[in-house]
Write a protein that binds this ligand. Structure first.
Ligand SMILES: *Cc1c(COP(=O)(O)O)cnc(C)c1O
Length: 481
């Protein structure tokens, strides 16, 4: 299986996730990389994974993805605040870190389709906890040869997230609210991918499915880039010395972002600890504590909805690694997860998890973190990033580890204005969503992002709703089959 085929297919035939056979070391030193732009770094990193893309193809994809859609030339600026380095991954068109991968995925996918002589129209099926959906539609809107259908939990996303999605333009974009939670949406999408009958019906009508979720390896690879870039930039600005180990803290849901950091380490970036931050859906924290992954628990709706997830799909790729790249062990655990909702790793595998630290932030701690960092520094965090900042503080207290730490800042506070403003001061709660936007701009001294200005007056273009069971029916209706 080539990289381009894996990107096209999304998920393997047996339902497993694609992983790289092996990970080479970076071909250049981090000092050399520190002189490069984001786009140049992206090429050096991505070519290690996407081995069947030509230089020309890959550079074409990169230059079309990381362009003026980002509101800063640096693409991912690093802000130092409260003793940590916030890697701002939210300067793309939908102001969440999903743009980092989803602005390039459509180019990777259409290039892959061309390389593999695909004639069918590609139907992107996506489940979203709020951010992926919008970022994927923004990426795929009006891309010839593709359609995109997004499922989101009707009552599980922020008002701004929902408005962003239902106002999406493009003749090939479809948005469906489901009466269920994110896991229901994700499970429903996975089922359709594995449905052989449905695949036949699609084929006959000239369609094939692919995925824009982080189960697609084409989502993961572009995310490795910014960890390499961040290290190189800290080196360039003299914040760290050559070879100095840094820690990385990531607010985690589906485990894609933190796994990308893990891959960056395998390429040679000196990373000490991977600090995995969860909200009250703390299934990963429990996993790191006990070695038992157990999704059988109440699903919590929190102020960091993009992390409201009980099945972290990409953990499968880490399990494979810590099982010594043993696909059979991995399969047994994933089957157990599918059947009983849990699995337990061996003592030996647990030993391979020592670079990871997991903890979580309660709703109250998350709000307190936003307020404290704002009051101390003037810097305003979104709710997801605040979960990470809070967990980082817990880690520091527990281990007295003073290593420099990069915190993945995954969303603009403008995307979660109400929760953010309420955390800063409850008196703001009487304001409307857009009054809050203006107030946030004023107190943070940050311009309202274009992504928010755009939806102030945009008309609602999508109003489909269905149950989780009816997802296949809805897809067929959309495709007219
Ligand atoms: C998707 C998302 C996350 C979780 O990232 P994963 O790769 O799924 O772990 C965290 N924060 C924000 C804002 C997100 O959109």
């Amino acid at each position: 299986m080539t990289a381009s085929q894996a990107i096209l297919q999304g998920l393997s035939e047996d339902g497993g996730l694609f992983v790289p056979d092996c990970l080479p070391k970076l071909p250049l030193s981090l000092e050399e990389l520190s002189e490069m732009t984001y786009q140049e770094t992206a090429y050096e990193v991505m070519k290690l994974f996407l081995t069947d893309f030509t230089e020309e193809e890959l550079k074409y994809c990169i230059s079309h993805a990381y362009d003026e859609k980002f509101d800063t030339e640096e693409i991912v600026p690093i802000k130092k605040a409260d003793g940590a380095y916030y890697l701002e991954l939210f300067h793309g068109s939908t102001i969440a870190f999903k743009d980092m991968a989803l602005s390039i995925l459509p180019y990777l996918m259409t290039t892959a389709a061309r390389k593999n002589q695909v004639k069918n129209e590609i139907v992107i099926l996506t489940a979203t906890s709020g951010d992926t959906g919008k970022a994927a539609m923004a990426g795929f809107a009006d891309v010839p040869g593709t359609r995109i259908i997004v499922f989101y939990p009707k009552n599980g996303v922020s008002p701004i997230q929902e408005k962003q999605m239902v106002t999406q333009k493009g003749n090939n974009t479809y948005v469906v609210g489901i009466t269920g939670n994110f896991d229901d949406a994700q499970t429903g999408v996975k089922k359709m991918f594995n449905d052989k009958e449905m695949a036949k019906e699609l084929e006959a009508a000239g369609y094939q499915f692919s995925s824009a979720n982080s189960i697609n390896i084409g989502r993961l690879v572009p995310q490795v880039v910014y960890y390499v870039y961040a290290y190189a930039k800290l080196l360039k600005t003299g914040e760290i010395k050559s070879g100095e180990k840094i820690n990385v803290t990531v607010p985690t849901g589906n485990f894609g972002n933190i796994l990308a950091a893990y891959y960056a380490k395998e390429l040679g970036v000196p990373i000490g600890k991977f600090i995995c931050a969860s909200n009250e859906n703390k299934v990963l924290y429990d996993f790191f504590e006990t070695g038992c992954y157990d999704r059988n628990r109440e699903f919590m709706l929190t102020s960091s909805p993009s992390m409201d997830i009980l099945i972290s799909s990409n953990l499968e790729r880490l399990i494979y690694r810590i099982a010594g790249n043993d696909p059979e062990k991995n399969r047994a655990m994933m089957e157990s997860l599918a059947q009983s909702g849990k699995y337990e790793i061996t003592e030996e595998m647990k030993q391979n998890l020592q670079e990871f630290y997991g903890n979580y932030a309660s709703e109250e701690e998350t709000a307190q973190t936003i307020q404290k960092i704002y009051e101390d520094t003037g810097y305003v965090l979104d709710t997801h990033t605040a979960v990470a900042a809070c967990v980082y503080e817990k880690y520091k207290k527990q281990f007295q580890d003073t290593a420099k730490t990069v915190i993945a800042s995954t969303a603009s506070p403008f995307k979660f204005t109400r929760s953010v403003m309420n955390a800063i001061d409850k008196k703001y709660d009487v304001m409307t969503d857009f009054e809050l936007v203006d107030k946030l701009s004023e107190i943070a001294g940050v311009k309202v992002p274009v992504a928010i200005e755009e939806i102030r007056t945009a008309p609602v273009l999508h109003d489909r709703i269905c149950t989780a069971e009816d997802m296949p029916k809805t897809v067929k209706a959309i495709l007219g089959i």
